[in-house]
Design a protein around this ligand. Sequence first.
Ligand code: MN
Ligand code: MN
Length: 463
Amino acid sequence: MLLKKENGWKQESVDKVRVFDFCKEYKISLDKGKTEREYVRYAIEIAEKNGFVKAETKEQLVPGDKVFYVNREKNVVLAVIGENPITEGLNYVVSHIDSPRIDLKQNPLYEELELAYMKTHYYGGIKKYQWASIPLSLHGVVILANGEKKDIIIGEGEDDPVFTIPDLLPHLAAKFQGERKTGEVIKGEELQIIVGTIPTKIKNSDVKELIKYAVLEELNKAYGMIEEDFISAEFQLVPAFKAKDVGLDRSLIGAYGQDDRICAYTSLKAILDLDGIPKKTAVTFLADKEETGSNGSTGLQSNYLEYFTSDLINRVKGNYSDLDLRKALWNSNALSSDVNAAMDPIFKGVHEAQNAAKLNYGIVVTKFTGSRGKSSTNDADAEYVWSIRNLLNKNGIIWQTGELGRVDEGGGGTVAMFLAQVGIKTIDVGPALLAMHSPFEVSSKLDIYETYRTYKVFFEDMV
Ligand code: MN
Ligand code: MN
């Protein structure tokens, strides 16, 4: 074949039953892990079921050992120790488990017109209007005044209440919203959820806002919370609906948070399903804070990747030097596993068709992301691109190349450049989505399966 690109479903080797089966558990993972903390818990649970143990429980690590590290409950790393000396490098598959969403403010609750509302601050790049008038669930953690920590999820159970940001009716929106730009149809400060309407029965002249007080009573009864506890809490609003098949042929999946739990799940499965002992130590790294620039101690701009790699070296070799770490990193390979944009016939003008990714064309290899003149990007070198291309072709993986939109159309970044910064050979590799960053992102089952296969052969064969 002179032409590489072909719709994956045309290939006879594709087993539809196997592809669809694989995606069943993927959908469950999306419903179970709607925040980074929940995803870390989910990952630990299935890692332990598959024989992984906390790294600190093993003083000496030998080839074949399976361990995991947890960074502040928001970032988790799984590793399978390889045969080769660890200073000859590791194979990292790095994705992120935070997704765009709406966080509660630290002092969120107020009452007006006898309605209780909570104020929010959005997280990551969202089109704010998409989050109005849909059911939202509240997920989070609160540390009470006495130090007790509570995990809270409201809105996922069949009988749970949900929350919503009520949009303005179209009858009265023509002037008020009609002249606003898209990014401001709903403004940041207008992203507020309604949380109650019934006043408290308490008779106390100090209590002026009876609805707000009643909301606090509910929270106190259910979780022992008082108003000040919001300060030491992280509450996130996410779409309350579950992952679903999309289309008459069920070839697609619609769900919240597929950027980037699609890569988190497939890389997790790939390391769990490894047969035998890999040559290079295999690492599945699930990061936090990518959507806000990877800052913070659980994001890729922190030193956690170096920190856990040092610890791994120390447990494998029985000693550690800074040079060992530098060598190991510089000899390593990584897939920055993140999603790209799929062409959409409705909005095809933002893409340059010859280089854009398409649904069902398999996993997307993206040499560079960034914006304008390739700024803020790791632009993978041709040699490394070849080694990935060769790996995919050798293993019969369905793949394509992609770029993030036409030149100067916009752009975006991934964690690739932060991996490259410490010397790891890195390239962006992940499936393409429609409606990325929306409450209901759309992916292709075939692409998900090929993503899983890619990460697996990367661990097994990449040297
Ligand atoms: Mn992403
Ligand atoms: Mn994103």
